[in-house]
Structures are given as structure tokens and as C-alpha cells.
Design a protein around this ligand. Structure first.
Ligand code: NAI
Ligand code: SOE
Length: 382
């Protein structure tokens, strides 16, 4: 390991910007986090790559990830889902620590190969379920772990977006089963299943069985010319626009999961509700600094603002009441992941094993939808 840690990054799209921003913020707000050097940015188009590297603060560029896996201490894989497995496995085989974006892979077989590579490696492997790092979610976990909600009876999670309501919205890799694996299920539902496991898994146990349905409402979408208006061609949509599922946890607790890209009016509405024998809580990503909590004899939910110095991560930022945003989750995630890379500090980031466990639930939901019946979620070792 070098000091500072050298970081390589595959991809400079949406997630490239989110993670590069996190690495830039880290030394300013988390002075105890390991120092990092944004070493090499990987992409395909040299001109665009050079411009992105300058903008995102990388010293070097490479057009082939193979040249990089051995050359850095840590690799962030921020490419489309079907490109998660091969570079991540190669990096882990070189004992290069990995952060791979969610869902872990486009297929269960790829996810299995990745979790096996992680098990054999001497370095941490993180799957990018960043919503674990919303301060209110960590606060909720503390309440649940302390027993404030009693025994967990129900978990309800829905993740609603509306960017595909318009049938003329452009085709992207996210609509192609080969590149993405699935649609709303793997892109959005994966986050919710991860939060279910993170928040109530230690109490309600694993998700044992699921039933579900997936639906595609627009089965082809336009690819536009550079002008953004002329349609070049139509490509098939081979993933779901929306899904819903039911689940049973080991304890008998009941789960419901729902996600959509066609929920008009909902931009990034990830809402979680949990009910226990002693209370309930409610969280919405669109109001991410708040947690609604009902405990004991209270007759209604109390809204708690999670910005106090003693609240998770909040003390690293601003005085109480100075709210945080979506991008901060990536800073928190990297602070914990990189600390684990340097000295194995126990952390709450999702491992590849967590990513794989989520993938098994997603796969079972697809299986249940195909069969029209409940399906057991496999939990045998890969
Ligand atoms: P994007 O389409 O904005 O960016 C993808 C990047 O990968 C681009 O820079 C593209 O040039 C690069 N790329 C594509 N093929 C490549 C190849 N063969 N070799 C090297 N680079 C290649 O996609 P976005 O939104 O950044 O998504 C990337 C990953 O992050 C996906 O797995 C997605 O599910 C995940 N994601 C996670 C989010 C979160 O909240 N945790 C949010 C958005 C995406
Ligand atoms: C899709 O619009 C998306 O960007 C997902 O890919 C992310 O995982 C989610 O956090 C936000 O929405």
C-alpha cells in the first residue's frame, strides 16, 4: 500500500463525478481518513477521458482497465453493470481493494464469481450501497439495534422515479438486459433490499422467500442523433419499468418492496417504513435529514432532525440544522471503506457478500414473477 493510497476509477459519468467529489471532500472533512491520490481514470474515448481527468482531478488516464488493476491500491468500478465482474475480479486477484457500484453484477453468476474472488482476497471489497450512509439511516439502525421498536414485524420500502414516464425518453444502457441485468428491480430495488438487510436483518433474519411481478410498459425507445431531436433508430427495452414484491423474513416478519421509473411526480422517492412491537419509523430520501419516529406511548410520529453534532457523520460537517445532501453519502462511504483498506477498521459498508445476498433476492423475485408463485431465496454458500 502506498501513502497516500493510489485510486483508480473506471467510468467518469454520473457515479464518476459522485465518487471523485467524495474523494476531494474527504481530507477537508474527514481528516482521520486515509490520504488518497486520484491516480488513474479509465475510459474509452481518449479526448473525453483527458477532459474528465482534468475536471475530476486525476493525474493519469488509461483506455484499458487491465493496465490499471495492478498499478493502484484501490479500484472504483463505476461502469455499467455488465462491466462490474471482470475488472473487479482481476483487481481482487491482484489484492487491489475494490469498490464496485451496485447492483453487484448484471447476472447472479457474475455476482457469485465476484463474491468468490472477494473471499479469496486479502483486501476489502465494497458494493456501493450508499444509502447506508445517510445519517438518518444510521440513526434508524441505532434505534432498531437498541430495541426502541421492539420486535420487527414489517418492513416496507418503495423507490419511485419518473424519468421514463415519457415514451420518447431516450434509450440508454439502463434499458438493456444484457448491460443492466434488470430495470427498476436491480437499479432501485437493490438499494431497498440492501437497506432491509442492513436495518432489520440482525433482528428479523434473512429474507427467506419472495413473490413478485415485473412490468415493462414501453417496449422500445428512441436513440437520438447528436442534435438530441432526430431519432436515429428505436431499440428494444428488455428490462422492467416497475416491479413489486412481497417477502417473508426468517422471523416471520413481512416485507414489501416496490420500485418504478414511471411513477409520475416522484423524482427520487426512496421511502422506508418499519413497524415493530414497540414503535415505528419512517424515512424518505427526499427529506433525508429527517427521521419520523414513533415509540412508547406516543400517539403520533415525531420528526427528528438528524443534524446534531452527536448524530452519525454530522459532526464532521456543519453546525446543527445545517443540512446535508445526497452527495455526502459517498463521502461517508469512502471514509469507512478506505479506513478498512488501510487497517481493517470494522465498517458498515456493504461487502461483496452483501451485494451477492441482495442479488439472490432480486434473482428470486424474477424467478417468482416468471413462475407466478412464491420462491425460496437460496442461501447456500456459492
Ligand atoms: P453512466 O452511464 O453515467 O456512466 C458510465 C461510465 O462508464 C461512463 O463514463 C462510460 O464512458 C463508462 N464506460 C462504459 N463502458 C465502458 C467500458 N467498456 N470501459 C470503460 N468505461 C466504460 O452510468 P452511471 O449512472 O454512472 O452508473 C454506473 C454504475 O453506477 C452502475 O452500476 C449504476 O447502477 C451505478 N449507480 C449507482 C448509484 C448510487 O446511488 N449508488 C447512482 C447511479 C448509478
Ligand atoms: C437511477 O436513476 C439512479 O441513478 C440509480 O442508478 C441509483 O442507484 C439511485 O441511487 C438513484 O437513481
Amino acid at each position: 500500500m502506498t501513502d497516500p493510497l493510489s485510486v483508480g476509477m473506471i467510468g467518469y459519468g454520473f457515479m464518476g463525478r459522485a465518487h471523485a467529489n467524495a474523494l476531494a471532500r474527504l481530507p477537508m472533512f474527514f481528516p482521520d481518513a486515509p490520504a488518497v491520490e486520484r491516480h488513474t481514470l479509465v475510459g474509452r474515448d481518449e479526448a473525453a477521458l483527458g477532459e474528465a481527468a482534468d475536471r475530476l482531478g486525476f493525474a493519469h488516464t488509461a483506455t484499458d482497465w487491465r493496465a490499471v488493476v495492478d498499478d493502484v491500491d484501490v479500484l472504483y468500478n463505476l461502469a455499467p453493470n455488465h462491466l462490474h465482474a471482470e475488472p473487479s475480479i482481476a483487481a481482487l486477484e491482484s489484492d487491489t481493494a475494490m469498490l464496485c457500484e451496485k447492483p453487484l453484477a448484471a447476472t447472479l453468476a457474475d455476482a457469485e464469481a465476484m463474491v468468490e474472488a472477494a473471499a479469496d482476497a486479502a483486501v476489502p471489497a465494497c458494493c456501493g450501497f450508499n444509502y447506508r450512509f445517510v445519517p438518518a439511516i444510521q440513526y434508524a439502525k441505532r434505534l432498531i439495534d437498541r430495541g426502541d421498536l421492539g420486535d420487527i414485524r414489517q418492513f416496507r420500502g418503495r423507490y419511485l422515479q419518473d424519468w421514463l414516464v415519457d415514451p420518447d425518453a431516450p434509450w440508454t444502457w439502463r434499458m438493456d438486459a444484457d448491460s443492466a441485468g434488470s430495470g427498476a428491480l436491480g437499479d432501485l430495488g437493490a438499494h431497498t433490499v440492501d437497506l432491509a438487510r442492513f436495518l432489520v436483518g440482525d433482528h428479523a433474519g434473512r429474507i427467506e422467500r419472495v413473490a413478485g411481478q415485473l412490468q415493462t410498459f414501453t417496449d422500445e425507445r428512441p436513440v437520438y442523433d447528436d442534435d438530441g431531436e432526430t431519432v436515429e433508430e428505436y431499440r428494444p427495452v428488455t428490462v422492467d419499468d416497475a416491479f413489486s414484491a412481497q417477502a417473508t423474513f426468517e422471523s416471520g416478519a413481512v416485507g414489501t418492496f416496490e420500485a418504478s421509473r414511471v411513477a409520475a411526480g416522484h423524482k427520487n422517492d426512496h421511502t422506508i417504513e418499519i413497524h415493530g412491537t414497540e414503535g415505528s419509523l419512517r424515512f424518505s430520501l427526499e427529506r433525508l435529514n429527517e427521521l419520523e419516529v414513533l415509540t412508547g406511548d406516543s400517539r403520533g410520529y415525531e420528526t427528528v432532525l438528524i443534524t446534531d453534532e452527536s448524530d452519525p457523520y454530522a459532526g464532521n460537517w456543519w453546525p446543527p440544522g445545517h443540512v446535508l445532501g445526497w452527495e455526502h453519502t459517498f463521502v461517508h462511504e469512502s471514509s469507512e471503506f478506505l479506513a478498512a483498506v488501510v487497517d481493517g477498521t470494522p465498517a458498515s459498508f456493504a461487502s461483496f457478500a452483501d451485494g451477492y445476498a441482495v442479488q439472490r433476492v432480486l434473482d428470486a423475485i424474477e424467478g417468482a414473477a416468471d413462475r407466478g408463485s412464491w420462491v425460496a431465496v437460496d442461501d447456500t454458500d456459492p
